[in-house]
Design a protein around this ligand. Structure first.
Ligand code: AMP
Ligand code: TRP
Length: 317
């Protein structure tokens, strides 16, 4: 069962990325391709130096979390992605792209929106279809893009012959939606300006402690103040879910102070080995580069024949 997913290097990775994306990836590494979507990071205003730094950081973090049995790659180093994206632009309809929620929210109506933000879902479809991936683990915000990928695969196959595998989205396990510590109604995201509500994977223990200590709880402090209730107590519920996801237990915890101390310990305990592995890898950039170079070689071998089959089916000589 071929699995594929990419992470966009548009910010520093967060605890949400770890629990919602990286950990599920570590659990399915057989026949898996995991990439860094650097071409996607060019769809919005960006700084070239920051993009390079974020890309290097994410590459080392992917190894630090234990993704050492998958094929790892940088999207821009595998030319077939951009090439198949063009062929799929000749399959996708503007009507479909006009309906993409992310484009509507992030770019429509602004004259300075990059054209690539509009065609972004087609590049994502190319990422997936090139590997004939059957499973695509992503968060719920990507559901519409995976649906479009399925529609494009079905249309292409019906029009030109059976070249592509129709993929399925794999939703993360329940509780894998980590909310901001400062506003539990929004997702803890790497592109948010919300620094205090976001735990980054490379935050040192004292920073984690400070952020958790300032986390929004709720005003009641009665005997059952610490309980799971997403509607009435979203802040406390988020902390309880983080605690459980990091391997901690709520047994015996009755006060917000004790809950925050337990969450801090659990998060620091989860991040500590990862940060140590990252520090070792940061001293050995050549190792990270060689792992990605080997992955990219494999990706070119896998994607070349699929790109050729698509072009040939469309009538390219
Ligand atoms: P993003 O950071 O939005 O580019 O997402 C990269 C991956 O991490 C996607 O698979 C997301 O679904 C996942 N992810 C991002 N933020 C969270 C979060 N707060 N909770 C759980 N998963 C997340
Ligand atoms: N668009 C995805 C995100 O923002 C990243 C991505 C790019 C991706 N290409 C992909 C995810 C292919 C899965 C498969 O998170």
């Amino acid at each position: 069962m071929t699995t594929l997913s990419l992470i966009q290097p548009t910010g520093r990775l967060t605890l949400g990325n770890l629990l919602g994306a990286l950990r599920p990836m570590v659990e399915r590494q057989a026949d898996a391709f995991y990439g860094i979507a650097d071409l996607h990071a060019l769809t919005v205003r960006h700084s070239p130096a920051a993009l390079r730094a974020r890309t290097e950081e994410i590459a080392a973090l992917m190894l630090a979390v234990g993704l050492d049995r998958s094929t790892l790659f940088l999207q821009s180093r595998v030319p077939a992605h951009a090439q198949l994206a063009y062929l799929l632009e000749c399959t996708a309809y503007t009507g479909e792209l006009n309906r993409m929620i992310q484009f509507k929210e992030k770019g429509r109506g602004n004259d300075a929106t990059r054209t690539s933000l509009y065609t972004y879902p087609v590049l994502m479809a190319a990422d997936i279809l090139l590997y004939r991936a059957e499973q695509v683990p992503v968060g719920d915000d990507q559901r519409q893009h995976v649906e479009l990928t399925r529609d494009l695969a079905l249309r292409f196959n019906a029009t030109y012959g059976p070249v592509f595998t129709v993929p399925e989205m794999v939703a993360p396990a329940a509780g894998a939606r980590v909310m901001s510590l400062s506003d539990p109604s929004v997702k803890m995201g790497k592109s948010n300006a919300d620094e205090t509500g976001t735990v980054y994977l490379l935050d040192p223990p004292d920073v984690v402690r400070r952020k958790v200590a300032r986390a929004v709880t709720d005003s009641d402090v009665g005997a059952d103040a610490v309980r799971h209730d997403r509607a009435a107590k979203p802040g406390v519920t988020n902390l309880l879910e983080i605690l459980a996801a990091c391997g901690g237990s709520p047994a015996g915890i009755t006060t917000y102070g004790a809950l925050k101390a337990a969450v801090t310990d659990a998060v620091v305990g989860l991040l500590d080995p990862l940060q140590k592995a990252y520090a070792d890898l940061a001293d050995d950039a050549a190792h990270v580069r060689s792992v990605f170079a080997a992955g990219e070689h494999r990706c070119r071998e896998v994607t070349g024949p699929v790109l050729a089959a698509a072009g040939s089916a469309m009538g390219l000589a």
